[in-house]
Design a protein around this ligand. Structure first.
Ligand SMILES: Cc1cc2nc3c(=O)[nH]c(=O)nc-3n(C[C@H](O)[C@H](O)[C@H](O)COP(=O)(O)OP(=O)(O)OC[C@H]3O[C@@H](n4cnc5c(N)ncnc54)[C@H](O)[C@@H]3O)c2cc1C
Length: 445
């Protein structure tokens, strides 16, 4: 039987909140990755599980669409593979592929052009010296950008960190809470960053993980989970009122795991029909409703090989705001991974727009996006003038990624307290500590 506390590990921000009534049946609400993974892990541990999903398909944000020129990912496309992640994929029989050895380069943009390292000599030295600077900020709420300004310096914040957080969280580092988004980066008071990293390396000998992707697309991970859980998944069931599930959990007869997006859950916790439950959950419902999400538009674009003198080679490029591009970054799908095009003559790329710094990108029409990509691909990737891509596949996510800011951190603290008073009610998804699949997998491993 699953030993609930062991799932929390000792991480300051565990992957899920709440405690189980050991041995009692579990209803998981939501069949995105977090719902399916939680259900699968519980079933493996001997729990009787059912999964209820309002939509007609499982997978939530993640889907691999088979299009004429190649597969198109609507959300996660790759992940960092650590031993726990490798075990998960092995166990589910989902093959992984690594980045092509000659395509490992990651690019930034400096003054309009691609570069492997955007800092000049002086700024590079300033950043390097930052490793030896003592960290003396004892505040509990520190933005990631403040941490970087104080340690590595503002050049590193602007040129390295900002494009990186745009790529992962679709927001600026000033919006991210250091302890929630990157708890491993905070040195102790009076410690240098260099000493901090050395100490962490000594304490944590686990490999850092390598970037890989499921050979047949991310959907194959979801399909494998759904296949194992098929008899207990019901789609097309929209549980609008959580009251019966929460009351059953209070009666110690069952457990409920809430994996729906935080903004949906917030509305549901503010809407309970039972007055006792309302007293406990309603204030939290408001907190949840105020969790900020970045919106994203992703466009997978297929070009003909002949559109380039030399097609882009590498993993992709991240672009800081202030450069003369609207796109946040481009993934070079067919250069990085095998099986991303159905014929050698095609080149597959994925373009990202929006994020918290450009919310109006969500309102760009298909024609606007076509025009933007056609012109930016010429300047950024050297596509030949007069050529245009052969196919565009657009996905718009108004609530793509929760912003890991101080509000979310404080909401998690309050939610943990409420859920500790209410065993049998659990919350697990990409807002409860880990936004990437690697963290969610490790959090229940
Ligand atoms: C564009 C993009 C690119 C990304 N790239 C990567 C990447 O490369 N690597 C990586 O590791 N991560 C990546 N991510 C993050 C990752 O894809 C997500 O964090 C993850 O898929 C979220 O899973 P989830 O189950 O928490 O949420 P969701 O996928 O949103 O699933 C929530 C589920 O709850 C259901 N639901 C909604 N309302 C209710 C209700 N009332 N009751 C019950 N269920 C309900 C929904 O229908 C859905 O099925 C990316 C995300 C985006 C948007």
């Amino acid at each position: 039987m699953l030993n609930p506390p062991s799932l929390f590990g000792s991480a300051p921000h565990p992957a899920y909140l709440g405690t189980f009534h050991p041995g009692q049946p579990v209803t998981v609400l939501g069949a995105g990755f977090s719902g399916l993974w939680m259900a699968y892990r519980l079933q493996q541990s001997g729990y009787q599980v059912q999964v209820l999903e309002p939509s007609s398909r499982v997978g939530g944000l993640i889907q691999t669409q088979k299009r004429p020129h190649g597969p198109v990912e609507t959300a996660a496309h790759s992940l960092l593979v650590t031993p726990a992640v490798a075990r998960c994929f092995d166990d589910l029989g989902v093959p992984l592929v690594g980045v092509h050895p000659s395509s490992r380069a990651r690019f930034f943009v400096k003054n309009g052009t691609l570069t492997r390292w955007p800092l000049g000599l002086k700024a590079s030295f300033r950043t390097l010296f930052g490793l030896g600077r003592t960290f003396n900020d004892s505040r509990s709420d520190i933005a990631l950008s403040e941490w970087c300004d104080q340690t590595l310096g503002p050049d590193a914040t602007r040129e390295l960190l900002a494009p990186f957080t745009t790529g992962v969280f679709a927001c600026h580092p000033s919006e991210l809470d250091l302890d929630l988004a990157f708890p491993m980066l905070r040195p102790q008071q009076g410690q240098t960053l260099w000493a901090h990293f050395r100490m962490r390396k000594k304490q944590n000998s686990a490999p850092r993980g390598i970037m890989m992707a499921p050979r047949d697309g991310m959907q194959s991970l979801l399909d494998a989970l759904a296949d194992r859980m098929k008899p207990v998944i019901t789609t097309g069931v929209d549980v609008r009122d959580l009251t019966p599930h929460l009351i059953a959990a209070r009666g110690e007869k069952s457990n409920v795991v809430l994996t729906q997006p935080a903004h949906v859950l917030g509305g549901q916790w503010s809407n309970l029909t039972d007055p006792n439950l309302r007293a406990d959950f309603e204030p939290l419902g408001l907190d949840l409703s105020q969790i900020k999400y970045s919106g994203l538009v992703t466009v997978t674009v297929f070009f003909k090989h002949s559109a380039f003198k030399q097609p882009p080679r590498g993993v992709g490029v991240l672009i800081k705001r202030g450069e003369s591009y609207r796109t946040l970054g481009v993934l070079f799908n067919s250069s990085a991974f095998p099986n991303r095009v159905y014929a050698e003559e095609w080149v597959s790329t994925t373009w990202m727009f929006g994020g918290t710094q450009d919310p109006s990108a969500l309102t760009l029409s298909d024609a606007d996006l076509h025009h933007l990509i056609t012109t930016e691909s010429q300047r950024l990737l050297g596509a030949k003038p007069g050529t245009s891509p052969v196919a565009f596949h657009i996905t718009r996510w108004p609530h793509a990624i929760p912003v890991y800011n101080a509000h979310l951190k404080h909401t998690l603290v309050r939610a943990r307290a409420v859920l500790e008073r209410n065993p049998g009610i659990l919350w697990f998804n990409n807002a409860t500590g880990k936004v990437a699949l690697r963290g969610m997998i490790e959090g229940l491993s």
